[in-house]
Design a protein around this ligand. Structure first.
Ligand SMILES: [Zn+2]
Length: 343
């Protein structure tokens, strides 16, 4: 069983998870990639190679754990935390939680796509809808304080399975980074009665849109002013549209189309694209977080997706200071992507 340990010096957490050691390595990933469709546990027809499904978007005449699905969610075989572990907090100098939490894998498509850039718009709509339904369900478990929704595509981004997939991790704690981010949004809202993210985007538009890549009716894709990574992109709603589990079908469709466009631009310009994709997810439970903050989230926050291409590796300076060195100015990245035409 894993352990969620509190780092008293850094006020942060670490997950000690021995089961993760048995994951397929990057080397296997490459072999699998070359062997194309060798036995891929995520391909349609290979359902027996995964633990039983938690959820699947499937045709009404198909059966659980069989063919006939569009998206499929299963427990992660190499889980960092598990829902069966006791929900117990141990205090003291060596403070920790037993490895309680949810760790799910969303198999994004039944087809063996190795990149999200190969998906159709309908694939993206099904993917967002599935994430939305899983968040709605996990929100009911009052022991889960926060969720992380992310996708690692490619070895350089930490991906170990070539078949396109996304992960959902629910923890009994809220990480320091998340806690501080939403605290800042809340403080800004309290003093200004508007959303810091919305103000930032409005200012980006006023700055001649030099860091904006593209926009749709309600969403803007831009390279953030203080981008930590080259070609980092944030796609955010400008008006309050809710969180992943409350976005309307129309918003999901609009977002899917914009996201796919941005990914295709990145692929075209960078050629070799390994990336992390993160979907915003505010803390969940009022009992574990400032109640006033959570009830103001609809107005204070804006739903966003971050795409972080993994181009450079990081060293000691970044470890020590938390300051990343980014050799590509976001204005340069945005201009290149804005002018990039998809075929
Ligand atoms: Zn596959």
């Amino acid at each position: 069983m894993s352990d969620i340990r509190y780092d008293r010096l850094k006020d942060s957490y670490v997950i000690i998870a021995p089961e993760r050691l048995h994951r397929p390595s990057g080397e296997i990933y490459d072999v699998e990639r070359r062997a194309e469709k060798r036995v891929c546990p995520f391909c349609e027809g290979n359902e027996k190679f995964t633990p039983p499904e938690i959820f699947a978007m499937r045709s009404s005449d198909s059966f659980a754990n069989e063919k006939g699905w569009k998206t499929r969610v299963v427990p992660n075989l190499y889980k960092a935390v598990q829902i069966e572990a006791p929900h117990e907090h141990h205090y003291g100098m060596f403070e920790h939680w037993d490895g309680f939490g949810a760790h799910e894998v969303l198999i994004d498509t039944a087809e063996h796509f190795t990149s999200m850039t190969q998906w159709s718009e309908q694939n993206v709509i099904d993917w967002i809808t599935t994430l939305s339904l899983r968040v709605k369900d996990l929100r009911k478990d009052k022991r889960i304080a926060s969720l992380s929704l992310f996708k690692n595509e490619g070895v350089e981004a930490g991906g170990t399975q070539p078949h396109s997939h996304t992960q959902i991790i629910g923890l009994p704690i809220v990480s320091k980074v998340k806690r501080e981010e939403y605290e800042r949004l809340y403080q800004h809202y309290k003093h200004n009665q508007n959303s810091l993210i919305q103000v930032l985007i409005e200012e980006e538009i006023k700055a001649d849109g030099i860091r904006i890549v593209t926009s749709s009716e309600h969403f803007t894709a831009f390279c953030p002013y203080a981008s930590s990574h080259p070609f980092e992109i944030m796609i955010s709603s400008r008006k309050a549209l809710g969180e992943i589990d409350t976005l309307s079908d129309d918003s999901i469709e609009e977002l899917a189309s914009l996201l796919l466009l941005v990914l295709k631009k990145l692929k075209k310009e960078l050629k070799h694209l390994n990336f992390n994709l993160i979907l915003s997810s505010p803390p969940l439970q009022k009992n574990t977080f400032n109640e006033e903050l959570l009830s103001s989230m609809y107005e204070a926050n804006r739903f966003y997706i971050k795409i972080i291409p993994r181009i450079f590796k990081y060293g000691g300076f970044e470890q020590e200071t938390d300051i990343l060195i980014n050799p590509v100015a976001p204005e340069v990245a945005a201009k290149l992507l804005r002018e990039s035409q998809n075929d």
